[in-house]
Design a binder for this molecule. Structure first.
Ligand code: 7MF
Ligand code: ZN
Length: 869
């Protein structure tokens, strides 16, 4: 995928050459690193030149079978090295030079703090040497790393260390050999000085695996939770998926400068330090959970991604959708399944639905890509995981695991496609998935509209399901999807109806555009509780009355459905109020009484209650209307939140005080985590009230907090409601944590999401904070990302100043780190959906970006898709 041109899935061609072994030698230097790459190359197709990828590197020399080539024997362009007239098999030696310090986009080899590290997925290896940088070329790597011994005592790469020793001039070296062949994107190198936390894992077959966590000096104790998470993940994958680790050592390095969460490099994961380091004072319960899930995710890639990898980058969901599904299942098996499911659904309904409705809409297996980094999306990852989950729902656990076993057996050691995966599931799971495959090729969010008809005399219930999916661009009409719809029936009194299959739940398989499902022996009119567990990533259209939703909320056997009905009640209330004048807004007593019952419910998991009293995010609400009236939706949402809080103040406050008493200590045990989640949700509602007692309640929680969850929650709640205590709390927090970048990220996020008119001034002030750095993606995402995503009222300022402000920061980031710039531009892209003058103001800023002479291809792709050119 070369510069500013679009690549298509349909044009895929197998490589003309392959590389079987690669010997690398790195002479590390902060500003001038030399790389000697010696490959054994094999011709696969005759009469074709060898075309190697390369970017931002200096070519020093090329040799074939140790014979140096002269300048007329090869062609070196901006991003390719082309060599003609080559034998069938030969040794290729390429020497390159690069500058790791100037490499601020954090791809390839770069300097993070005082260490060297690499990031090669998707196409970073070409910033290290000229190579066949594509995942269907797999080689056995041996890597020699040479560096100053004092500054870089640890020299790491993939696989096992096979040699090390001293060299002249205070240097030393280490040589690593990875016995598993792999694509270049899984290569990693790290050199630096670290604290090392060690552990072990004894595999099911009795091998002892060495576990090593490399963290910044002084942070060893903070890696303990990550180590334990890794041990849990290794055990879980043996038990649930029958998959065992395949090397004698597993290393994890935590670095501060990293574009994403983490990276699954074979035997040497590199992690954003945010997903390794935690202690009670500095990390929230959500942080602890995030570490466990990201550690799991990267570990699970060892089989789904590394042993079996992708043929080409259009197949990214092959490894990512499947691995997200696996990490979600891990979290659900070791924690609360309902809470994890709800968290996953929130991401789909807010971020994925909006991506799929906007200019970046693409199927989970994209067909056209300009910059691959732009396709590490919620669609590929999270909708991809939903697609795997639907296969799981259709097959059941046992047949799903048979399909998985078949997949591993057939494709181990290979670079394969999403179709290969579905083939394996069809064969192993004994099912026809031909129509189901449309989920891989068709973009967009289907809507399933449902109507019901009950015939008292014949005791027959008929549900009619009809699917549709918006057509995007010049696309043909969409073909109907294969949609699994979980169904539960409740009587009007709230009893769960036992169905003809003897169960309380059944699975409807919608395969046609319109389809009827009949149920016999239904003795009374019932409430259909549809799409249980969010059994498909679709929008449901069923005209529920408030009473029906209240019944589901109170009585469904399914925790997800109870939560979802609360969400539907809130959503109806917000959307209804969004079309009336402020003075005429109102809340129904059905809604208020439902929430009152939830708040006082002592039987349900407190974490679920916490989730049930949280209103849908603004972004999720935007997705439910065709043309977004920003002010109307935000005003109505605030009205609903505030009215609930005011009406139920006594109950909310009482439950809040009860929760405090029940917690006592700051431990990470599941019941305390759940109580803290509930407590902070309660405070979140109460915080909308502007009164002395609430202001004091928030300030008191902050002052008496024994853990980060409680102190940052208090600060956030003070912040979004502009409570009187905000200034003091914010200053105290900053004073306590100003030198801890990871904790300051939480503070920067409060600055970015402050809803006051002066927010952009506050952000500009924060740019000067000693902890802020334009080079550090975590800092930038916290401060600017919070403004763009979590501050809708100011980002969408009616004068366009929010759009203009974001654009100015994007222009700056375009030069430093285009990948981060391209992630932050997201809220500016769907200008067509925003109503009123805002639409044109957004477009104006996109045009401004489009006119920049040096716009990175990351931004070029998104801006041009958005502008439709
Ligand atoms: C959990 O997928 C879920 C998703 C690519 C980088 C990590 O392992 C990864 C890498 C991006 C976006 C999200 C995630 C990752 C990346 C991620 C991490 C943990 N292969 Br980009
Ligand atoms: Zn991944």
């Amino acid at each position: 995928m070369s510069n500013n041109t679009t690549q298509y899935l349909k044009d895929y061609q197998a490589p003309n050459y392959t590389i079987t072994t690669l010997n690398l030698e790195f002479n590390l230097d902060e500003t001038l690193t030399q790389v000697i790459a010696t490959s054994q190359v094999k011709q696969l197709v005759q009469g074709q030149p060898l075309v190697l990828d390369g970017e931002n590197i200096q070519l020093v020399s090329v040799a074939v079978n140790q014979q140096a080539l002269t300048a007329n024997q090869y062609q070196c362009t901006d991003n390719q090295l082309i060599i003609d007239d080559l034998p069938e098999r030969f040794e290729l030696t390429v020497v390159t030079e690069l500058n790791p310090t100037e490499n601020t986009n954090l791809e390839g080899l770069y300097v993070s703090g005082d260490a060297f590290c690499t990031q090669c997925e998707a196409q970073g290896f070409r910033r290290i040497t000229y190579y066949l940088d594509r995942p269907d070329v797999m080689a056995v790597f041996t890597t020699k790393v040479i560096a100053d011994k004092e500054k870089y005592p640890y020299l790491l790469s993939n696989g096992n260390k096979v040699d090390s020793g001293e060299l002249a001039n205070g240097k030393h070296f280490a040589t690593w050999h990875d016995p598993h062949k792999k694509p270049a994107y899984l290569f990693a190198l790290v050199a630096g000085d670290f604290d090392l936390l060690e552990g072990q894992y004894v595999t099911r077959s009795g091998r002892t695996v060495q576990l090593e966590f490399f963290v910044d000096k002084g942070n060893k104790a903070k890696a303990q939770h990550a180590l334990e998470s890794l041990q849990r993940a290794m055990k879980w994958d043996e038990e649930r998926f029958n998959l065992e680790y395949d090397l004698d050592i597993y290393m994890v390095v935590a670095v501060d400068f990293f574009n994403m969460g983490a990276m699954e490099n074979k035997g040497l994961n590199v992690f954003n330090s945010k997903y390794v380091l935690a202690d009670n004072d500095s990390a929230t319960d959500v942080d602890y959970h995030g570490i466990e899930s990201v550690i799991g995710h990267e570990y699970f890639h060892n089989w789904t991604g590394n042993r079996i990898t992708c043929r080409d980058w259009f197949q990214l969901s092959l490894k990512e959708g499947l691995t997200v599904f696996r990490d979600q299942e891990f979290s659900s098996d070791v924690g609360s399944r309902a809470v994890n499911r709800i968290d996953a659904v929130k991401i789909i309904r807010s971020h994925q639905f909006s991506e799929d409705a906007g200019p970046m809409s693409h199927p989970i297996r994209p067909e056209a890509v300009m910059e691959m980094n732009n396709f590490y999306t919620v669609t590929v990852y999270n909708k991809g995981a939903e697609v795997i989950r639907m296969i799981h729902t259709l097959l059941g656990e046992e047949r799903f695991q048979q399909g998985m076993a078949n997949y591993i057996e057939r494709f181990d050691g290979m670079a394969v496609t999403c179709d290969d995966f579905v083939d394996a599931m069809e064969q192993g799971g004994n099912i026809d998935l031909s129509q189901f495959r449309l989920w891989y090729s068709q973009a967009g969010t289907p809507t399933v509209d449902v109507t019901q008809d009950y015939d008292q005399d014949s005791k027959k219930l008929t549900l009619t399901l009809e699917q549709s999916c918006p057509v995007s661009g010049e696309e043909q009409q969409k073909q109907p999807f294969h949609i699994p719809v979980k169904l539960e029936l409740l009587t009007e009194a709230g009893e769960v109806v036992t169905l003809d299959n003897g169960e309380q739940e059944s699975l409807l398989e919608l395969t046609q555009v319109k389809q009827k499902f009949a149920f016999d022996n239904i003795n009374q009119s019932v409430i259909p509780c549809l799409l249980g567990d969010f059994s498909a990533p679709v929008k449901l259209g069923f005209d529920y009355s408030e009473e029906q939703l209240a019944t589901i909320l109170a009585h469904s056997a399914n925790a997800y459905s109870r939560w979802d009905s609360a969400q539907k009640l809130f959503t109806q209330a917000i959307l209804n109020n969004s079309s009336v004048a402020k003075e005429s807004m109102s809340l129904s007593s059905t809604l208020i009484e439902s929430v009152r019952t939830v708040v006082c419910d002592q039987a349900t998991d407190p974490a679920l209650i916490g989730l049930m009293i949280e209103l849908p995010a603004v972004m999720e609400l935007f997705e439910l209307v065709d043309s977004v009236d920003v002010d109307a939706i935000i005003t109505a949402r605030n009205f609903v939140k505030q009215t609930l809080a005011t009406t139920l103040k006594v109950e909310l406050k009482q439950r809040y005080l009860e929760a405090i008493l029940a917690i006592e200590e700051a431990s990470q045990s599941a019941d305390k985590v759940a109580l803290r989640a509930l407590k902070n949700s309660l405070l979140g509602l109460l915080g909308t009230i502007a009164s002395d007692d609430i202001n004091t309640l928030i300030a008191t929680q902050f002052e008496q907090a024994t853990n980060m969850t409680d102190s940052i929650s208090a600060l956030q709640i003070a912040n979004v409601n502009n409570q009187l205590c905000l200034k003091d709390l914010s200053a105290a927090f900053e004073q306590r944590w100003k030198t801890n970048g990871l904790v300051m990220d939480k503070w920067f996020a409060t600055v970015g999401s402050n809803p006051s008119e002066q927010v952009t001034d506050l952000i500009v002030e924060a740019f000067e904070h000693p902890s802020f750095s334009w080079q550090n993606p975590n800092r930038v995402r916290s401060l600017i990302g919070a403004f763009a995503v979590n501050n809708p009222s100011r980002f969408h300022s009616v004068d366009g100043s929010g759009y203009q402000f974001l654009t100015e920061q994007l222009i700056r980031l375009n030069e430093i780190n285009p990948q981060i710039a391209a992630r932050l531009i997201t809220p500016l892209l769907p200008w067509e959906k925003i109503s009123g003058q805002r639409s044109a103001l957004m477009r104006e800023q996109l045009e401004r970006l489009a006119a920049l002479p040096n716009l990175s291809k990351d931004l070029v792709e998104k801006v041009s898709l958005s502008l439709g050119k």
